[in-house]
Design a protein around this ligand. Structure first.
Ligand SMILES: Cc1cc2nc3c(=O)[nH]c(=O)nc-3n(C[C@H](O)[C@H](O)[C@H](O)COP(=O)(O)OP(=O)(O)OC[C@H]3O[C@@H](n4cnc5c(N)ncnc54)[C@H](O)[C@@H]3O)c2cc1C
Length: 296
């Protein structure tokens, strides 16, 4: 089934309740090929032209869910939402970026989805199309946290993102050279109107994490009316604050006698395993660099 409007797609999904929508197919076909998913029918979203571009509304960009990573990576899009463009450019090899879409990235909700920390930092909202022309809005973070799910036959139509007209960054670390999934990623967004810094860390947990205390602390140190740059040691402290918030120390081990922090041996303190320590250092570096570049 190849509908040409959102409402046609919803009708097609309602008509065959076991049907599944498919956009670029880069995630879905992996599940089909590995035998994890056996859809009764597929409803292709690729012919719905209304969701392949973007428009403007009340200081926001309304992005079609069918925008590909390749399209979002182009300079005109980067001028609007630089961090999302940077995430799109980092999302896999060219074949994946040409086919994979924003909507698919969100609905797959993979911890390593590159668009997701950017959308969390931007506090983006989804516009969802449902049966009989119904439309509802849902914060992206609610979907990613599982607080609200897509209902059968609903389709993500648009993603509403504020236009902040200020620097924003997305940085990603991978475990090997060349395009690959994130080991950790950090999005930093400046919001000069609200004198805020918003930051989200991807890939270290099932959903992007927002270190809210670190955001408020660093925003209070920025001279919003003057030169915004911060001293290197402040940037370093921000990176460590973000990393500690997202990858905290383990709780003290309980000793045999139930005494916290002793683990049978008085004075023994629980330590992060080496892999988690490495991840924490990686996040600290990404956050420090991301904020430094946004303020440069
Ligand atoms: C080799 C490889 C490398 C990759 N590397 C990266 C990477 O570095 N970074 C990254 O972020 N991702 C990566 N991906 C994952 C994938 O490419 C992205 O998540 C992509 O954005 C998915 O979009 P899609 O259009 O292909 O989704 P699809 O595969 O078409 O769909 C994915 C899921 O979303 C649902 N869906 C899609 N669109 C809608 C909609 N509008 N409304 C409701 N449901 C919808 C589908 O039913 C399905 O459940 C990689 C994938 C592969 C195969």
């Amino acid at each position: 089934m190849l509908p040409t409007t959102l409402d046609e797609a919803v009708s097609a999904l309602s008509a065959v309740p076991a049907a599944v929508p498919v956009a670029g197919g880069t995630d879905l076909m992996c599940d089909v090929n590995s035998g994890q998913l056996r859809p009764a029918a597929l409803v292709g979203l690729g012919r719905i032209s209304e969701i392949r571009g973007w428009s403007y509304q009340d200081g926001h960009a309304v992005l079609g869910a069918g925008l590909t990573h390749a399209r979002m990576g182009r300079p005109d899009f980067a001028a609007l939402i630089p961090a999302l463009a940077a995430a799109a450019r980092a999302a896999g090899p060219p074949q994946i970026r040409n086919a994979g879409t924003l909507g698919g990235n969100i609905v797959s909700a993979s911890p390593t989805g590159d668009a997701l920390p950017v959308l969390a930092a931007l506090e983006a909202t989804l516009s969802i199309a449902g049966p009989e022309g119904a439309r509802r809005e849902l914060p992206v973070s609610h979907l990613l946290a599982g607080m609200d799910m897509l209902q059968p036959s609903e389709v993500v139509g648009y993603v509403k993102v504020p236009l902040l007209h200020a620097p924003q960054t997305f940085l990603k670390a991978t475990s090997r050279t060349g395009p690959s999934r994130a080991l950790a990623s950090v999005a930093v967004v400046l919001d000069p109107m609200r004198r805020g810094v918003r930051c989200a860390v991807g890939a270290v947990a099932p959903m992007p994490l927002r270190p809210l205390e670190a955001e408020n602390w660093i925003a209070s140190l920025i001279d919003w009316d003057g030169r915004r740059a911060l001293a290197p040691e402040v940037l370093t402290a921000f990176g460590e604050y973000v990393a500690m918030a997202c990858i905290p120390d383990p709780p003290p081990e309980e000793g045999a006698d139930g005494t916290p922090g002793t683990s049978g041996t008085p004075g023994q303190v629980s330590q992060l395993p080496p892999a988690a320590l490495h991840l924490r250092r990686t996040v600290a570096t990404l956050a420090r660099r991301g904020l430094g570049r946004a303020l440069a």
